[in-house]
Write a protein that binds this ligand. Structure first.
Ligand code: GLN
Length: 476
């Protein structure tokens, strides 16, 4: 049977465009049709930019007609999490406070994608301001898992990942602060990667926690992911945390003879037994491919979530102070008695529960008298967590772990229990804390739902984990 155009990989779609089997408008229409027929059920998109997409696709088709050489992502439809700015398009961050906000400039990644000829289909749903693990805290309703619509897709980039998993687009960008692309990728059965801190510019990404945030791609194959990362990475004058590492790009290594660390702290009690089985099978597969497994210890892992839930809300409380009812979006100014009233009422009515919870926690942790006890202490333990990884990487080339302790859960199941919800990030937050890259690849099913295997690498060594992931993916 002929494959539907929207189900192709980026590579296959590129080939088809080059050989003129179909046009970019055909690809774009196939995705738009899929969105129209399915998105009422999935709710992956907040905004569909149909006109912009078709306009970009037509431009590419013109170039193909005139014999121009196509770049890898040229003419391929994609989607962006709704906290990444596209000039003149709505950007809501999944919040009432930005319900009608129109972006006034392009994020650096968007600028790069436009230069690469990408076709932007629209903006995808997310937990409010990327705070959450299930995409249920969005002001625009929850996104459903395409594999089973009674289940959550994971989060906070649930819209981006669900759009890829249901073939509404070929790839998408999300953002990660503590696992928001790897965890949903694991729960929806696709690829998700958080690049190293400093690899991709965050200019034009709405800041959540600046020392942890990183724009992160999700795709159907590892090969596709490499192409997307190649396009969006690199130094940017507008983000001082980005680094230029072109010359240092590590050589392509084969998995054969590689040492892969298995940290004992990542196979713990609360983990679903079936998930553990799939991950152990995945590890066997890596061994069959010629890697040597090495038992390692990352002793400070047990403090990772505690560190994350001090550092992240502290930075959230500072970053979200800009939404004050004066500068952006929703405001209560016309009904307010005085300036304080504008601030209080706008933020009380504009932010949802989770955002308010984190702003309060963070404000508390940073307040005078508590700063040393909480924020400073958390930063010190953060260094210990980073040291654990540095030490491990003197012995192994990369590390293998589960991505998530469970498969996708029922919608509503954990929504009123923030602590249980926070636990679902237990295997992903450390990579954000340490600034290292991580990728999640599908490794079978448990309870009829996808399971993800995570590979972690040295900071700026995306190459090694991409190679391992790609050999793993190709192994039958
Ligand atoms: N789920 C985590 C949180 O709620 C991570 C969020 C993210 O990576 N944006 O903070």
């Amino acid at each position: 049977m002929k494959k539907l155009l929207n189900t192709l990989t980026i590579k296959e779609a590129h080939k088809g465009l080059v050989s003129k089997k179909f046009s970019s408008v055909d690809l774009t229409k196939a995705c738009l049709d899929q969105i129209k027929s399915l998105d009422k059920k999935i709710n992956a998109f907040i905004t569909v930019t149909e006109d912009l997409a078709l306009e970009q696709a037509k431009k590419v088709d013109k170039k193909i007609k005139s014999g121009g050489k196509l770049k890898p992502l040229e003419g391929i439809p994609m989607a962006l999490k709704d906290n990444i700015l596209v000039k003149d398009a709505k950007c809501t961050a999944g919040s009432k406070i930005l319900e009608n906000y129109i972006a006034s400039y392009d994020a650096t990644v968007v600028k790069k994608l436009k230069e690469a000829g990408a076709v932007i289909l629209g903006k995808t749903n997310l937990d409010e301001f990327a705070m959450g693990s299930s995409t249920e805290s969005s002001y625009f309703g929850s996104t459903k898992n395409p594999i089973d619509t009674k289940k959550v897709p994971g989060g906070s980039s649930g819209g981006s990942v669900a759009a890829v998993a249901s073939d509404m687009c070929f790839y998408a960008l999300g953002s990660e602060t503590g696992g928001s692309v790897r965890q949903p990728a694991s729960l929806c059965g696709v690829i998700g990667m958080k690049p190293s801190y400093g690899r991709v510019s965050r200019y034009g990404l709405m800041a959540m926690a600046s020392s942890l945030d990183q724009i992160s791609p999700t795709t159907k194959t590892v090969e596709d992911l490499r192409m997307v990362l190649d396009c969006i990475m690199g130094v940017d004058k507008k983000d001082s945390t980005t680094v230029d590492l072109k010359e240092e790009k590590p050589k392509k290594k084969s998995i054969k003879g590689m040492k892969i660390g298995v940290p004992k702290e990542y196979f713990i009690k609360g983990m679903d037994k079936e998930v553990e089985k799939r991950v152990r099978e995945g590890i066997k597969k890596l061994e069959k491919l010629g890697a040597k497994m090495v038992d390692i210890s990352l002793p400070h892992t047990e403090y990772a979530l505690a560190v994350y839930y001090i550092v992240m809300p502290s930075e959230v409380s500072s970053n979200l102070s800009r939404y004050d009812g004066i500068r952006y979006g929703f405001t209560t100014v016309s009904k307010a008695k005085n300036l304080m009233d504008v601030y209080f009422e706008t933020r009380r009515q504009g932010f949802g529960d989770e955002a308010r919870r984190r702003i309060m926690l963070g404000t508390y942790a940073l307040s005078s008298g508590y700063y040393d006890a909480y924020y400073k202490k958390a930063q010190q333990v953060r260094t210990l967590i980073k040291n654990d990884f540095d030490k491990a990487f003197t012995k192994v080339d990369c590390i293998v772990t589960p991505t998530s302790p469970t498969v996708a859960w029922d919608i509503g199941e954990k929504f009123d229990d923030p602590l249980t919800m926070y636990l679902s990030d237990i295997y992903t937050v450390s990579a954000n804390i340490a600034g290292i890259p991580g990728i999640s690849v599908p490794c079978g099913e448990a309870h009829n739902l996808p399971v993800g295997l995570q590979l972690l690498g040295k900071q700026f060594d995306e190459e090694t984990i991409l190679n391992v992931a790609s050999e793993y993916e190709e192994y039958k």
